[in-house]
Write a protein that binds this ligand. Structure first.
Ligand code: EPU
Length: 419
């Protein structure tokens, strides 16, 4: 297992290029199951989670060729026959549950182990299952497995009690070849949902209402292969933007969609960070004096939960009191203990964290408890005094393409070492 050693204090400069979004590409790769054909993902982020979901498809019978050099993934799903169950797949990666909707849609039945909770919350799947049932599937939960089957899925009007990202994606994939029309109301509006819908439409599906909370899906008989280039990673971009604030630096970020990063831009601007936005790039200037702010995570277009930990790192070194409220996941404050080791002054009160700004972080031995918590520690360490050792960085490798290389390009002192 690797660790990062970060020496804080360097100012960052130059430019950094953002990769495609992990949370867009994972459901897109799952969606390739829907056709018995070839699909190509262009500019695919070469991440641990991408390798894992590709392994999952291979176990099901797909041929997957990953060309890391050109960041291209070729997937031929004609060999998937629906016989292999997903018994152990979810254990490899929670996101593997995203194959459920596509498997029921193409083969009429699928059995998979129930995904458990993780470091950020209990993460139930009741909304996914409610959607499958509404489409006419019978769903059985037995001995830790969930099995769904249906002779023919039928379009239906489905109201999600909560705009869950995963449930919206899974139900959308289950319904694209269902008979008739499906309406998903109170659907999640995250940009990654729209990207999946666009990929499905490229495969021949009929999804409309993209970018709204009501998706309309008219079932088609079959889907065909497609080539696709997923959207940029708004969370990776946001993480670098916050790094500029923590290190009091000014640099360029290339590869953004300025619509998708609006909620992040709004809060950073409120703090006093200057952002010069162009269509697909921006210049971030964190050299000024920053103000404390309050943040509440919300479904898109609210402030993203996936930026909460990084924001907490920044607010920890801003003079004054800030309050961060996490409303999406019930256990997403694991980074607080680690940030405190680096000198942060944070008190948790239920779903809120009250942060009293300190002058600067001090180097310490810390560990990444999940992906975004890990990124938060790295950027905290960059602005800190002395050396920080961050363990369990496999979490970071799940979702950030060459994080330390990109930071080094900007001038950071960060090394990867084998433990
Ligand atoms: N929820 C339910 N029932 C369900 C589904 C979800 O109660 O059937 C609850 C969850 O327990 C959670 C809330 O709804 O409290 C939000 O969950 P959601 O389903 O929206 O999230 P997800 O699909 O499991 C995706 C991302 C997460 C991101 C969230 C929220 C992927 C692969 N994962 O998870 O990304 O935090 O949406 O935006 O797309 C990350 O990248 O670090 C990450 C955790």
């Amino acid at each position: 297992m690797d660790k990062f050693i970060v020496k804080g204090g360097n100012t960052l400069s130059g430019e950094v290029e953002i990769s495609a979004a992990k949370n867009a590409v994972l459901p897109i790769i799952a969606a390739t199951i829907l056709c018995a054909d070839k699909c190509t993902i262009i500019n695919c982020p070469m991440l641990l989670d991408v390798y894992v979901i590709c392994d999952v498809l291979k176990i099901l019978g797909a041929k997957v060729i990953i060309d890391a050099k050109s960041s291209t993934v070729n997937i031929d799903t004609s060999g998937i026959n629906g016989i292999e169950s997903g018994s152990n797949l979810v254990r490899k990666m929670r996101g593997s549950f995203l194959i459920m909707g596509a498997m029921i849609s193409r083969f009429g039945r699928f059995k998979i182990s129930l995904p458990g909770g993780c470091n950020i919350g209990t993460r139930p799947i009741d909304l996914h299952l409610k959607g499958f049932k509404s489409l006419g599937a019978s769903v059985k939960i037995d001995h830790g497995y969930v099995e769904a089957s249906s002779k023919k899925l039928r379009g239906e009007r489905i109201y999600l009690d909560y705009p869950s990202v995963g449930a919206t994606e899974n139900i959308m994939m289950a319904s694209v070849m269902a008979e008739g029309e499906t309406i998903i109301e109170n659907a999640a509006e995250e940009p990654e949902i729209g990207d999946l819908a666009k990929f499905l439409n490229k495969m021949g599906a009929k999804v409309s209402g993209i970018g709204t909370d009501t998706l309309k899906i008219i079932g088609v008989k079959e889907l065909h292969g497609a080539n696709y280039r997923p959207i940029y990673d708004r969370i990776e971009a946001g993480t670098f933007m916050i790094a500029a604030g923590i290190t009091k630096s000014k640099f360029k970020i290339r590869g953004i969609d300025n619509e998708h990063i609006k909620p992040i831009v709004a809060k950073l601007t409120e703090m006093g960070i200057k952002i010069d936005l162009d269509k697909s790039q921006l210049i971030i200037d964190g050299t000024g004096t920053l103000k404390p702010i309050d943040i509440k995570t919300m479904p898109y277009p609210g402030f993203p939960t996936d930026m909460q930990a990084q924001m907490m790192s920044l607010l920890s070194v801003v003079k004054g009191t800030s309050v961060v409220t996490e409303t999406i996941f019930e256990n997403r404050f694991m980074h607080v203990t680690e940030l405190k080791r680096m000198g942060a002054n944070i008190k948790i009160d239920g779903r809120s964290a009250v942060i009293e700004g300190i002058n600067r972080f001090t180097g310490a031995e810390v560990k990444a408890t999940d992906l975004r918590a890990g990124a938060a520690l790295v950027i905290a360490a960059l602005g800190g005094e002395g050396e920080t050792e961050i363990r369990d960085i496999y979490h970071i490798d799940r979702g950030y393409v060459e994080f330390e290389k990109k930071l080094r390009t900007l001038g950071a002192d960060i090394r990867r070492m084998e433990v």
